[in-house]
Design a protein around this ligand. Sequence first.
Ligand SMILES: C[S@@+](CC[C@H](N)C(=O)[O-])C[C@H]1O[C@@H](n2cnc3c(N)ncnc32)[C@H](O)[C@@H]1O
Length: 236
Amino acid sequence: MNAESKQPGDATESATPDPTDPGYERHLERSRTMWNRWSDWYTMSERDFEPIREAAIDRLGLESGDRVLEIGCGPGVNFALVREAIGETGRLVAIDYSPEMVAKARDRIERHGWDNVEVHCADATRVDIEGSFDAAVATLSMSIMPDVRAAVGNVHRHLESGKSFVVFDLRPVPEGPARIANPFLRWFLRWYANWNPDGDVLASLRAVFTECTVGETYAAGTAYTVHCRKSVSPEE
Ligand SMILES: C[S@@+](CC[C@H](N)C(=O)[O-])C[C@H]1O[C@@H](n2cnc3c(N)ncnc32)[C@H](O)[C@@H]1O
């Protein structure tokens, strides 16, 4: 494990996806097909990264009553952890683009009787949700977005000043001789998860958020968490 910290100055910059880009829609539709298919098998692997998920959600510093936004929630693997932290008075709004994943997430909500957890079937890059949030989280999903930079901008827009966005994601080996495995890793992530080869999650986070700290890294740096905080404007 290691840690690094970065403080770029540009916190207000944001990007909107180009609706005329045919690659955007192609990527999105491939995600829908792929994740609909995986939704039937996801329970077999959903506990694989449990300690990393717990550490990521812990970094949000959630309190009872907080409003939380989750990006690419899949079948709701993180719901219990978030719900436990925000209690009955908080609100969890989760977004996923795959209708099958959303159906499974809604089943989970119904089974537990969580009436303050809701799931929307939408493209997290473009979705506009009413209200703002005290925290946002994305686990294993930002690197799949059709326009990673715009997706980060959209989360930033929905977050209250001074509040956190925590990301847990996968990437090619960042340094050292193990980078020899990267061509295979890129191919595998694209084949398995519709990973976006043109999106750099860390660079996108750093371009949008003033404070951006890489926390724990695992498996030669291929699995990592990042804690970002939205800056507070001077007049606040
Ligand atoms: C690897 S799964 C991660 C699920 C869950 N967050 C977890 O940690 O297990 C990626 C999820 O991102 C969703 N996804 C992909 N593109 C999306 C988009 N543009 N907007 C919202 N969700 C998206 C997929 O449907 C899929 O459920």
